[in-house]
Unconditional design. Structure first.
Length: 453
């Protein structure tokens, strides 16, 4: 028997070990630079990974679940069970089921309702979908406790989200309470009070607290989906909304320290993000790419300056960090360029990925040659003044949108969108959902056209 595992992170590694222990052949794929679990045959493409498999486990993040299924579908064997194990909302599960179902595969919506790091491949599961019986047999063989509820794709995920309203809320409450204890110089006392009420005492407290911080990015999306589910059920999600906000705040703090957030937005069109955000944060179209094909994602390093002057920009160059985008309110002035090739090279040397300028730029041929993305109102060969005044790291207005330091900036050929830091993870999930929906609708339109022809 052969199982193909898409996603070789912590969960992928543990499930690989479980199947290898039962004598299965295990193939794996992960575009990230993760370690290859011992005994796993790793491929560079999804097609090679799933070809000839008897079971596919999709352990990707929810944001790429549909894309992973689309890549795998043409290469799935007839009758194979495709088990999607991420924490996506029901509509994403239904889209994945449609994709693999069209290829002749059965689909299992597998909801993980325990701690995989603690229990490994024996972690408790709830499974729905037309492939639930097949998936249940495979996971029970690994020693897992499985509840097969049959039903439709998304039913198992909804059960998980119902559970998450409590479990994620408990973790968030512990984080907030212990942080308050730290602030009050009473951390150990607060920890003891909480541990005394938990069956696992201090180990349970630390697991819930540390797990909430570590997995805040993924859980922020899951918590937001729980809020939406309660809304649809007619239950006012007061505490669930607060839980989601805590996870978003923690996720954003984690995102500042890692490249995970920036990588997650890679390739996601500005238009899809804008649709998901109800067009909020879209910079006006007068600010456009200086060369075709430019695309950037980064956190904002902000600059405010008087018209035609770039003294503050030079100050920002001394502070800009890798992965940041310099966002400049140049008063919309188009008479003097605030930057050109030399500033671009200095910015690149600091790891700056691009600039958004409510003003003018120059040397655009060189900017394209070196691959430095700049969005501005105009091109003007005239250089700037360098007298000031100006400010850096303050909220600025650019193209009708307020940008605060640390906000997420995404720009491509279509334009620029600025996303408040506290909304970065929910906007990512929404943008990916729009992307998947449009891909499916486009495929249906093309298929209908071919049939008509």
């Amino acid at each position: 028997m052969k199982v193909a595992i898409l996603g070789l992170g912590e969960a992928g590694s543990l499930y690989s070990s479980g199947f290898l222990g039962k004598g299965w052949e295990v193939t794996g794929f992960d575009p990230a630079d993760t370690a290859t679990p011992a005994g796993v045959l790793r491929f560079d493409h999804v097609a090679d990974t799933v070809r000839g498999a008897d079971l596919v486990l999709s352990l990707t993040s929810a944001k790429v679940a549909v894309r992973a299924a689309t890549d795998a579908a043409p290469h799935l064997s007839d009758g194979i069970c495709y088990a999607d194990m991420n924490a996506a909302p029901a509509e994403i599960k239904a889209q994945v089921a449609d994709v693999v179902g069209a290829a002749g595969a059965s689909f299992a919506d597998v909801a993980v309702v325990g701690s995989v790091p603690t229990h490994g491949a024996r972690t408790a599961l709830v499974i729905s979908g037309d492939g639930s019986a097949s998936a249940t047999a495979h996971f029970e063989a690994l020693g897992a406790s499985v509840e097969d509820i049959a039903g439709a794709p998304g039913d198992a995920s909804n059960r998980k989200l119902l559970r998450s309203t409590f479990m994620k809320g408990l973790g968030a409450l512990i984080v907030e309470s212990v942080d308050a204890g730290v602030a009050a110089d009473a951390e150990q006392w607060v920890r003891a009070q909480i541990a005394g009420e938990l069956s696992g005492s201090f180990s349970a407290l630390d697991r819930l607290r540390d797990g909430t911080r570590k997995h805040a990015a993924r859980r922020s999306v899951e918590a937001a989906a729980s809020v939406e589910l309660l809304d649809t059920l007619g239950v006012r999600p007061v505490l669930a909304s607060a839980t989601a906000e805590v996870h978003r705040t923690l996720a954003d703090a984690n995102g500042r320290a890692t490249d995970e957030l920036l990588e997650a937005y890679a390739g996601l069109p500005v238009a899809n993000i804008g649709d998901a955000r109800q067009r909020m944060g879209m910079v006006d179209s007068g600010i456009h790419a200086m060369w075709k094909g430019a695309r950037i994602v980064g956190r904002a390093r902000t600059v405010w300056t008087r018209a035609g002057d770039n003294k503050a920009l030079h100050q920002a160059l001394a502070k800009v960090q890798p992965g940041e985008v310099i966002v400049i309110n140049g008063q919309g002035d188009q008479n003097r360029a605030l930057m050109g090739e030399l500033i671009a090279e200095r910015a690149r040397s600091r790891g700056c990925v691009g600039m958004i300028i409510d003003g003018a730029a120059r040397d655009i041929d060189v900017l394209q040659e070196i691959g430095f993305g700049v969005w501005a109102r105009a091109v003007n060969p005239s250089g700037p003044y360098k007298d000031g005044p100006g400010k850096i790291d303050v909220p600025v207005a650019v193209g009708g949108v307020v940008c605060a330091p640390g906000d997420l900036v995404v720009a491509d050929d279509d334009g620029v969108i600025i996303i408040p830091a506290a909304e970065a993870f929910t906007s990512l999930a929404g943008g990916r959902a729009v992307e998947a929906d449009e891909a499916q609708r486009r495929a249906a339109i093309i298929a209908a056209r071919k049939v008509a022809a």
